[in-house]
Write a protein that binds this ligand. Structure first.
Ligand code: BGC
Length: 270
């Protein structure tokens, strides 16, 4: 019998990372010790409406396409406690309250850990990207459909911060300063950077971070807006892992007891 070489991924230090976003769902097997992807990542469009069963079918499809047997880490764009999704600002509201760890464990036949998308991206950046070796207070922010946040001190994550939803000028911050808001209102780089700076001033007043890591798709063009953020004391650096941070962080969550939270009742995590 020929052995499927892909099955070799499923050793203790390898996990399948799946990153659920509003437009696409990306996956790849990851070596969690090095942060390297073990195969080219695959991407599937997010089904609309993004109902739990429809997303579970996509997760199953991705798991099958890698012939994966082993731990699976999955990001979710909302609050996740104990494997249960609690909010869904930019996803179908039927996700409020779902035992996602159990749903995806059943779909994949594997042990699954589910965590917030920005937390996953932050964990990956701290270990393999822009936050390597940073012991002070680090705030990772992802600018995309919404604004996601991950907060670290001494390298330890405080899970499920939701700093994209602080109120600025009477509105949810992400509705003014996300990448989506820039597109929706056709804002110039200067105008949008002004909104981001106002947002960061608020965050700095509340948290006094030493370092702010800015991620999300728009961090690819950081030269167009980060140099304009002159009124912020903290160092501001673009994320280093870009599109892969969510996948890598999701996979890392399956193997690390240093990522506090939220193991699911499905017997996932630690
Ligand atoms: C959600 C966060 C999420 C962020 C980025 C926000 O609207 O509330 O949980 O991390 O979007 O997806």
């Amino acid at each position: 019998m020929t052995r499927d070489p892909r099955r070799n991924y499923a050793t203790a230090m390898h996990a399948l990372g799946i990153d659920i976003g509003g437009t696409g769902i990306k996956a790849a097997p990851v070596d969690v010790a090095t942060g390297q992807l073990l195969a080219a990542r695959q991407k599937v469009d997010t089904p609309h409406p993004a109902l739990p069963d429809a997303l579970a079918a996509v997760v199953k499809e991705l798991n099958t396409s890698f012939a994966w047997s082993g731990p699976v880490g999955i990001t979710f764009p909302g609050v996740v406690t104990d494997g249960v999704t609690r909010t869904a600002a930019n996803l179908d509201k039927s996700w409020i309250v779902v035992d996602a760890a159990a749903l995806f464990a059943e779909a994949t036949g594997n042990q699954v850990r589910v965590l917030n998308d920005a937390d996953a991206a932050g964990v990956a950046e701290m270990k393999f990207g822009a936050g390597i070796g940073e012991r002070g207070t680090v705030l990772m922010l992802t600018f995309g459909t919404g604004i996601g946040s991950a907060l670290f001190t001494a390298g330890v994550l405080v899970p499920n911060t939701e700093f994209g939803h602080i109120e600025i000028r009477g509105r949810d911050a992400e509705s003014r300063a996300s990448e989506h808001a820039k597109e929706l209102h056709d804002l110039s780089w200067g105008k949008w950077a002004g909104r981001v700076e106002e947002y960061l001033e608020h965050m700095e007043a509340l948290l006094s971070p030493h370092l702010i890591i800015v991620g999300g798709g728009i961090s690819k063009e950081s030269d167009k807006w980060v140099p304009r953020l002159t009124g912020i004391r903290a160092r501001i650096v673009p994320a280093a892992l870009l599109n892969e941070a969510g996948i890598v962080g999701a996979a890392m969550a399956t193997a690390s007891s240093g990522i506090p939270d939220t193991s699911g009742p499905a017997g996932t995590g630690n």
